[in-house]
Write a protein that binds this ligand. Sequence first.
Ligand SMILES: [Zn+2]
Ligand SMILES: [Zn+2]
Length: 147
Amino acid sequence: MEQGFTEQARRLVRGQHARVTTPRLRVLAELLMAGQPLTHLDVQRRVEGADDVDHIDRVTVYRVLDWLVEAGLAHRVAGPDRVFRFSAQAGAHGAHGHFRCTRCERMFCMTETAGLARVVRSVLPEGFSGDAIELTVSGCCADCAAS
Ligand SMILES: [Zn+2]
Ligand SMILES: [Zn+2]
């Protein structure tokens, strides 16, 4: 675990005036480091991958992920397989769309939200107002396109 992400996680949890616990720091730091939405299983594997620390069981990982969403430090997005992914990507807490790569099956937050909101507003019927955007674009990510 890179120290920078743990420190960033500590600052974010403290910013919520919440108790700083090891599982909260570990899970949030993993999400920050990943920079893309992860499933509970992905998070669990990454947390288990670190051998220098106490074991964090899967129920605790679930609880921490839920807490992060409630605290506004992460958001949840259902993948095409209907499994939730969790993302702590900075700047991705407003309404935004997601991209799903059909080759590597990863998901990405599309954080350029101003343009997306403008497009969505322009397609809403007269008199309607939207306040949440759930949009997933499927295709090929830059990594896969380059390989
Ligand atoms: Zn890909
Ligand atoms: Zn997102």
